[in-house]
Design a protein around this ligand. Structure first.
Ligand code: IPM
Ligand code: MG
Length: 358
């Protein structure tokens, strides 16, 4: 069973399209999927007073995978206490409670979209395929102490990492690298931070188990620069939670649009959470303007990682590529002045492409 948590803003419009695509591919491949919807984020807060109601968490724990839209928006930015806001009150506890410590964010530049990249054509002409492996349940997001001093004049967040937490994410990254280009770049701030020095030590130890993978280390500020200077030097990047949050947005933009990129959050078992890396885009919510491809591609990752349906996953990825090759564009990936289509129509094209190759 797949839990569908649409959330806020454009969340409902994009997840509904991803579910249509999942149903279609299941039919083509001859298996059945069951879906159950639940409230999350601002929508859940408005309905129940909590952004992650216990029923929603229960459903996720019982499911084989979670398809997640996006949560948050201006309406809830001032909710008090801050721990009840959709992002920190729903998404972060969901990741923690489900033990999803490994976040895979593939940044792939589709040749058809080279024009939409933020980089010069000569830098991205030969395509880009970078995998950011972000640690997702540690670091400054979760470390304690965290909060305000009694007088309100100072605040603290704590960055903490244990050897075990670093070891397990490093293994995920080495495994991924050994199945791809065999290059792993570990990103840290070891010239300043003690957690980064520990990070580096542990990653070096784990490297001994993966002699076929070439390991390099890079400071995070340099990595931010290298990503725009010469992105093709990267294969897999592994980094801690906060650096990964920032670098994955940067890597995404190199590929043209945040609207294109999926993500998979995995733990030690097969169950995972799959979501587009973009947010709720409140400015275009409800207008049939959002690009559904990141969520549709997240559904492909769901089939691959949680359900073991590799050929169905590849069918979706091929259908997305065919849709782009045919020139269909939502506004976020369209060249200035060219024709654009809406969310539902974009998904219709993916469905047609799926059926055409069935
Ligand atoms: C992401 C988002 C989240 C994060 C926010 C919404 C809490 O930016 O998934 O990248 O920082 O992890
Ligand atoms: Mg982010």
């Amino acid at each position: 069973m797949i839990a569908v948590l649409a959330g806020d803003g454009i969340g409902p419009e994009i997840t509904v399209q991803a579910v249509r695509v999942l149903q279609a591919v299941a039919q083509i491949e001859g298996f059945t999927l069951e879906f159950e919807e639940a409230l999350v984020g601002g929508a859940a807060y408005d309905a129940t007073g909590h952004p992650l109601p216990p029923e929603t968490l229960d459903l996720c724990k019982r499911s084989d995978a979670v398809l997640f839209g996006a949560v948050g928006g201006p309406k809830w930015d001032t909710v008090q206490p801050a721990s009840m806001r959709p992002e920190v009150g729903a998404l972060l506890p969901l990741r923690k409670e489900l033990g999803l410590f490994a976040n895979l964010r593939p940044a792939i530049l589709y040749p058809a979209l080279a024009e939409a990249s933020a980089l010069r054509a000569d830098i991205v002409r030969d395509g880009l395929d970078i995998l950011v492996v972000r640690e997702l349940t540690g670091g400054m997001y979760f470390g304690s102490p965290k909060g305000r001093s009694e007088d309100g004049l100072s605040a603290v967040d704590t960055c903490r990492y244990s050897v075990g937490e670093i070891d397990r994410i490093a293994r995920v990254a080495f495994e991924a690298a050994s199945r791809r280009g065999k290059k792993l770049c570990s990103v840290d701030k070891a010239n300043v931070l003690e957690t980064s020095r520990l990070w580096r030590e542990v990653v070096c130890q784990v490297a001994e188990d993966y002699p076929d993978v070439e390991l390099t280390h890079m400071l995070v500020d340099n990595c931010a620069m290298q990503l725009v200077r010469e992105p093709r030097q990267f294969d897999v990047i592994v980094t801690e939670n906060m650096f990964g949050d920032i670098l994955s947005d940067e890597a995404a933009m190199l590929t043209g649009s945040l609207g294109m990129l999926p993500s998979a959050s995995l733990g030690s078992g097969k169950a995972g959470l799959f979501e587009p890396i973009h947010g709720t885009a409140p400015d275009i919510a409800g207008k049939d303007l959002a690009n559904p491809l990141a969520t549709i591609l997240s559904a492909a990752l769901l089939l691959r990682y949680s359900l073991g349906k590799e050929s169905a996953a590849q069918r979706i990825e091929r259908a997305v590529k065919a849709t782009l090759d045919a020139g269909h564009r939502t506004a976020d990936i369209a060249a200035a002045g060219s024709k654009t289509i809406g969310t539902a129509e974009m998904a219709d094209h993916v469905l047609n492409a799926l059926r055409a190759t069935a």
